[in-house]
Ligand binder design. Structure first.
Ligand SMILES: *Cc1c(COP(=O)(O)O)cnc(C)c1O
Length: 399
């Protein structure tokens, strides 16, 4: 076969793939750790990790091995039968500090759908169905998770919104207090808002929401699809805030790129969803679960969380220093290796300069440069990233 070319693949996209993404014209053909290689052989430092998905870097050997071995043995049998990896994965998740049970699915939106269904079913006999959600949140693209997403531009054109969601401002405890009624089933939020602009919850706010929920018989649901799996420095994001939800969703980094999502709920809620009330054909296949088990083992064995704390400080300090040098960087925020630099303009321009210089990063919200590197990023990778970002802003400001 001839070597793959950007022109050939771009033409196929144009003709046969629906245009739902504003893609950069970059064709990656190989990845290793924090590095990506395009069709021309150019190397890139990857601080996007497939949108906070490849948290152990590309093609992590232990995950690759688990996928290869299981793919050759048994891929899928459906949830009408047992498979050896799904309960092992559940046990590994639970053993990281949240006593309960798991439901497996295939994506973040689907994990959040499960949270929403759990809360509605749990509240159904008491007439509690409403879910309080946050402005600037992001919970997915299905109709229910879209209705729960606090950015109206995503909902435009898809009316009517699914009913039952009430929006309040994030980090505003009075707004939650005023929104709770005897119809409220749950409060749902991201401990660190991702797509909305890397906005961490205030610790005191989260603790106060927990207390309000307890007092009013309301469930507290955390969307940890982006901020979970070690991203913020603790295995579950809630652990670094010390505020435990009743149930949480995970997805992005759970399979390091192999698609899998999960809902984890406290044991008290283990029997809310009974046989026949919720399901997923592909949820927790032997292959997906084996991949996720390998991911969790690697996080533990390779002391990934220690590295998150170390490199977080390096990157945050480095970015804060750059914000003194370049006035277009107005601030730095985030938690662990979920980092945002607030700009005075959309991040698109600096992202394009970074790409040309061999680095991939992301935007978030309106004006935020988002860095979500692999969690095993090295000292040298971080030093190189800061150098490239420094050069990119120098070029941007010279324009
Ligand atoms: C990405 C994301 C989702 C949606 O996940 P999909 O796998 O794209 O459905 C939901 N919530 C948060 C916080 C996310 O970052």
């Amino acid at each position: 076969m001839n070597p793959v070319t950007l022109e050939e693949i771009s033409a196929l996209y144009e003709k046969y793939v629906m245009e739902t993404y504003a893609r950069a014209d970059l064709l990656f053909v190989r990845g290793k750790g924090c590095r990506l290689y395009d069709s021309a052989g150019k190397e890139y430092l990857d601080f996007a990790a497939g949108i906070a998905v490849c948290s152990l870097g590309h093609c992590h050997p232990a995950v690759t091995k688990a996928i290869q071995e299981q793919a050759a043995k048994l891929v899928h049998v459906s949830n009408l039968f047992l498979n050896e990896w799904q309960p092992r994965l559940a046990q590994k998740l639970i053993s990281h500090g949240f006593d309960g049970t798991c439901f497996f699915c295939n994506s973040g939106a689907e994990a959040n759908e499960a949270l929403i269904k759990l809360a509605r079913k749990n509240g159904s006999e008491k007439g509690r169905y409403e879910i309080i959600v946050m402005n600037d949140s992001f919970h997915g693209r299905t109709l229910a998770t879209l209705a729960a997403t606090g950015r109206s531009k995503y909902r435009k054109g898809f009316a009517p919104d699914m009913p039952g969601f009430k929006f309040v401002n994030f980090n505003d405890i009075d707004a939650v207090r005023n929104a709770i009624t005897d119809k409220t089933a749950a409060v749902m939020l991201e401990p660190v808002q991702g797509e909305g602009g890397i906005i961490p919850a205030d610790g005191t706010y989260l603790a106060a929401v927990r207390e309000l929920c307890d007092r009013n018989d309301v469930m507290l649901l955390f969307d940890e699809v982006q901020c979970g799996m070690g991203r913020t420095g603790s295995f579950f994001a809630w652990q670094s805030f010390g505020v435990e939800p009743d149930a949480l969703s995970m997805a992005k980094a759970l399979g390091n790129g192999y698609p899998i999502g999960a809902m984890v709920a406290k044991r008290k809620y283990s029997h809310v969803l009974t046989p026949g009330t919720h399901a997923s054909t592909f949820g927790g296949t032997a292959l997906a679960s084996a991949a996720a088990c390998a991911v969790i083992d690697a996080i533990d064995n390779e002391k990934i969380l220690d590295n998150v704390a170390k490199q977080s400080k390096v990157l945050m300090d480095g970015l804060r220093a750059l914000s003194k040098k370049y006035p277009c960087i107005q601030g730095v925020r985030g938690r662990g290796l979920m980092i945002g630099a607030i700009l005075d303009q959309p991040a698109g321009a600096v992202l394009a300069i970074l790409r040309a210089r061999g680095m991939i990063a992301l935007s978030a919200g309106e004006n935020v440069l988002r860095l979500v590197p692999p969690l095993n990023v090295s000292d040298d990778d971080c030093a190189l990233a800061l150098k490239l970002i420094d050069e990119a802003f120098a070029e941007l400001c010279a324009k």
